[in-house]
Design a protein around this ligand. Structure first.
Ligand code: C5P
Length: 232
């Protein structure tokens, strides 16, 4: 299956409070970004990996990963969706409209190879694509202005969106270009695709595929990776 990988890694990760952007924090013997990309390497049909970096990034070029065949870097943008769009433009002369593009956050180090395989198998011949996601397990509360619960929100049809998200190059490019032109705030690729009236497939993925956001997430990610035998 012809596919590209795009890794938005141009965030500053300020919410985490570290000097180093979260994708470059050490985790179980490697860096977060190295863990994030590893499960996406080596599949048949992989055409290239484009990593979108901040303008002042000097760290990526130091990693052995940057010299891996098929890995290239491009400049990211102001928002995550700008970074993804720039990466799509960087590969445009080589990508076909029907090629799959897997977009995976550099800050998600606990992705399992099996979930990538499941995503690719699920989207298969679909004209649109889909994303890894996980059904909500907890009861949801809506907060009032005083941060008191004023109602319980039905969770039956709610899922948490994860990455990778896999879309056809042409579908994703058009959806992101349109969202940019209309000034719409887009938090993931699926949101841009939904705005075009299309319905991305929700593919059940492991909830451990967390995004590093708070310091505690790093400890959790380390525990998840160690439980899988990392560092042995
Ligand atoms: O900040 P957030 O957790 O939503 O970032 C998700 C991913 O998007 C991270 O890997 C981050 O580096 C990336 N990002 C980006 N360009 C931006 C903002 C975030 O590539 N302008």
């Amino acid at each position: 299956m012809r596919h590209w990988v795009i890794v938005p890694a141009a965030g500053s990760g300020r919410r985490l409070g570290a000097d180093v952007p979260k994708q470059y924090l050490p985790l179980a013997g490697r860096l977060v970004i190295e863990w994030a990309i590893e499960p996406l390497l080596g599949r048949d049909g992989l055409l290239g990996i484009c990593v979108a970096l901040a303008a002042d990034d000097r760290r990526f070029a130091q990693l052995p990963l940057s010299r891996h065949p098929g890995v290239e870097a491009c400049a990211g943008g102001r928002e995550r969706s700008d970074s993804v769009l720039r990466a799509l433009r960087a590969i445009e002369s080589r990508a076909a409209a029907e090629d799959w593009v897997l977009v995976h956050d550099a800050a998600r180090p606990c992705l399992e190879r099996a979930d990538v395989d499941a995503l690719l198998a699920a989207v298969g011949a679909d004209p649109v694509g889909g994303l890894l996601a996980t059904p909500l397990a907890d009861t949801l509360k809506h907060a009032d202005d005083a941060v008191r619960s004023d109602r319980t929100v039905a969770r039956e049809d709610l899922w948490r969106a994860l990455t990778p998200q896999a879309f056809r190059y042409g579908v994703l490019r058009e959806a992101l270009e349109r969202a940019e032109a209309e000034g719409a705030a887009i938090t993931d690729e699926a949101a841009a695709v939904e705005r075009r009236g299309l319905r991305p497939m929700l593919v059940d993925g492991r909830p451990e595929n967390l995004k590093i956001t708070r310091p505690r997430d790093l400890e959790l990610a380390a525990a998840i990776l160690m439980a899988r035998g990392a560092g042995e």
